[in-house]
Design a protein around this ligand. Structure first.
Ligand code: FAD
Length: 375
């Protein structure tokens, strides 16, 4: 009998793990991959959609194109997870597994920031990015806040990218001089593990007259026009572009897998405290940031462990390394190669913005489109 592997969530982590298992163990495993959506969208595509650089249809990657030997994809909503029995129920059925991998990502807690739903916008969901795509063309004057409402959040450089791209967008429209841009974040610097990257981003902000306020989350939006921030200050705004506070999906919290901090704790092998249950990507607390490259790295480690279990060999260890591309505007992209788990402190090597790195980022996206979706 084949080993039944149940992969919950077809994002960066779930797609890469299922692909690796198909490549290495298709004859030995039955992989079931479940996601509630009918298509995958890269996080960075939300910036492209928001600023009108890409149409939504062009960035949606339908799961019907994810065809891998030994893997069946089910578009269903997961409603309960029992980590003791590794049994999962969805809105359409119940599934048993020998190995369970939770890759359900991070959800957003809009209620944690009073006023956000009524008085603000966010660009971390496809719907939020689409809404801003409608609003931005008629925004020609006033104060914009790009505000982070809680840490940790996905892709720490993304709010900085949004600020720099917004500068370009308003400049192209000839209205930049009539607008103020302020970025507020709970992080002390734009990219904490890499002081060099943070310095470069702060210099880019200074050149473009973008104000940076660090060490301060946005805690509430009042009357839809004033943002209260953690240091007690109040910042008036005309347009709020937020990063909502993150939390593990409800189904994960209800399963008893999450700890008091709300996330699923894992060891270096991505094992949870439940036998044969792994957690990878944004849903897990693994000592790495919430980003697709780290979800992929975790998927590689778990695939190695499953191969080792079936064929012998050493289990996989989470490497904790990844390259993050950063849009600096003006068509240029920088890169920071971060390493979170090798040494006593995280490190980040910075590569300055260039058009060559733009091509590299495009390859990052297109190689995954091809690998996962054959597109
Ligand atoms: C604006 C922005 C820019 C970003 N830029 C980058 C970047 O340049 N590089 C990078 O590496 N990362 C980037 N990221 C972060 C990246 O998108 C995430 O960290 C990554 O997607 C996490 O992968 P994951 O597999 O853990 O979760 P996800 O990719 O979020 O996948 C989780 C899946 O679980 C599914 N799911 C959740 N609950 C249920 C349920 N109850 N039933 C069924 N299915 C469910 C969801 O539909 C989803 O498909 C960016 C994110 C944003 C928002």
């Amino acid at each position: 009998m084949k080993t039944r592997v149940l992969v919950l969530g077809a994002g960066f982590g779930g797609l890469e793990l299922s692909t690796l298992l198909s490549e290495t163990l298709a004859d030995d495993v039955d992989v079931t991959l479940i996601d509630k959506d009918d298509a995958f969208v890269f996080g960075f595509s939300k910036l492209d959609v928001m600023f009108g650089r890409m149409a939504l249809d062009a960035v949606r990657l339908p799961y019907r194109n994810f065809a891998k030997t030994g893997v069946r994809f089910l578009q269903q909503k997961i409603v309960t997870i029992d980590p003791d029995t590794r049994r999962v129920t969805t809105d359409a059925g119940t599934y048993e597994s020998d190995i369970l991998v939770v890759a359900l990502g991070a959800d957003y807690d809009f209620d944690a920031t009073p006023g956000l739903a009524e008085g603000g916008n966010e660009f971390y969901t496809v719907a939020g990015a689409m809404r801003l795509r409608e609003i931005l063309p008629s925004f020609s004057k006033g104060r914009v806040i790009i505000g982070v409402c809680g840490t940790p959040f996905k892709c720490p450089p993304a709010p900085s990218e949004a600020a720099l791209l917004l500068h370009d967008y308003l400049t192209t429209r000839g209205v930049r001089a009539d607008c103020e841009i302020t970025m507020v974040t709970g992080l002390g610097s734009p990219v904490p593990p890499s002081p060099e990257t943070s310095r470069a981003l702060l210099a880019a902000f200074a050149e473009r007259n973008i104000r940076f306020i660090g060490n301060c989350d946005v805690i509430s939006l009042d009357r839809g026009r004033v943002a209260k921030i953690e240091d007690g200050n109040e910042l008036p705004y005309d347009l709020f572009m937020g990063v909502p506070k993150h939390r593990a999906p409800d189904v994960v919290r209800a399963s008893g897998m999450a700890e008091d901090d709300g996330w699923v704790h894992v060891n270096r092998k991505l094992e949870t405290r439940f036998p044969d249950v792994y957690a990878i990507g944004d849903v897990a607390l693994a000592g790495t940031p919430k980003a697709g490259v780290f979800a992929e790295g975790a998927a590689r480690a778990v695939a190695t462990s499953i191969v080792a279990r079936l064929r012998g060999g050493e289990p996989g260890m989470n490497a904790g390394v990844g390259a993050c591309y950063i849009e600096f505007g003006a068509g240029k992209i920088g890169r920071v190669d971060v390493d979170f788990l090798s040494g006593p402190e995280p490190t980040g090597a910075y590569f300055e913005p260039s058009t060559a790195l733009r091509a590299e980022k495009e390859h990052f996206g297109s190689s995954r489109r091809a690998r996962w979706f054959g597109l």
